[in-house]
Every structure is written in C-alpha cells, then in structure tokens.
Design a protein around this ligand. Structure first.
Ligand SMILES: [Zn+2]
Length: 157
C-alpha cells in the first residue's frame, strides 16, 4: 500500500461518503498517537460531507481530525455524520432526554411540586425546539397531563 507515501493514493474509504476532499492541503498524521487495529490514518484531509440532519454541506477539517484521532482517542474509522451545529443540538437533546426520562414519573405524580412540573414542561419544550421530527406521542400526552395538572389547581397549596 502506498497511501502512507503519496496522498493521492490515500485510501478514500477513510472518508467514505465525503463529497469532496482537498488533497492539496493534506497534513501527515502522527500515527503513534492513533487508536487503530490494523490500518492507521496516515493523512488528515479537509473533507466535505452532507449533514444527515440539516442536509447542509460541512467541512470536517484536518485540524478537527487531528484532535479526534490524536487527542480524543477516537477510533480511526470514525467520521462525522452531522455538522457541528446539529451535533451540538443532538448532544443537548440527548442530555435533556435523560433528564426527562429520570424525572417525568415524579413530575406526573399528583402531589409533586408545581415547580417540578413547570421545569418538566420547559424541558419538553426545549427538546421539541431541538428536534427535527415531532415529539413521540407519549411525551406529548405527558405534556398535556402536566399542563392540565398545573391549570387545574393552585400551585401554592
Ligand atoms: Zn447540520
């Protein structure tokens, strides 16, 4: 294999799905810092992908690649499917969803504090803002239930 010598021969399957690569600015990798089993990534190459969520084109830069594969310990075959904005939204949504899952049962109890119900509504609304699809039916039902509970009684008892 000559991929470690001539960047033009670089195996493109490391950039599977890329719509464009800028070979002219490629940077040599320090493979001793990489996490690989058989084949390391010899080159970091600016590569453009289409984000799976917003369908916009984004650049996965050689600097970010170096960080992933030499600092963060990411396995060499990885590549991104989301642009940075969508990735950040995705992370926040995941975090909020965990919060929702752990607190919704408590929040729905009829005698739980109104402030917890309100916070849960805020969490649900934020998850909705961050989502490209509509919320699962179960979450919408729970939102209606919380709203009804809050409207149906004086929160200060
Ligand atoms: Zn995106």
């Amino acid at each position: 294999m000559t991929g470690d010598i001539d960047v033009k021969q670089y195996p493109e399957h490391f950039f599977y799905g890329a719509i464009r690569l800028d070979l002219s600015s490629a940077k040599k990798a320090n493979i001793s810092r990489q996490n690989f089993t058989v084949v390391p990534r010899h080159w970091y190459i600016d590569a453009w992908f289409i984000c799976k969520e917003c369908n916009e084109e984004f650049c996965w830069s050689k600097e970010v690649q170096r960080f992933w594969f030499e600092e963060a310990g990411t396995y060499v075959w990885a590549h991104p499917s989301l642009c940075r904005d969508c990735w950040l939204k995705h992370q926040e949504r995941k975090q909020l969803r965990k919060q929702y899952d752990s607190l919704i049962g408590k929040a729905l109890e009829s005698d739980s504090p109104a402030v917890l119900k309100q916070e849960m509504l805020g969490t649900i609304n934020r998850i909705e803002e961050l989502s490209t699809k509509s919320l699962p039916e179960q979450i919408m039902q729970n939102r209606r239930a919380l709203t009804n509970q809050l409207n149906g009684r004086n929160p200060i008892q």
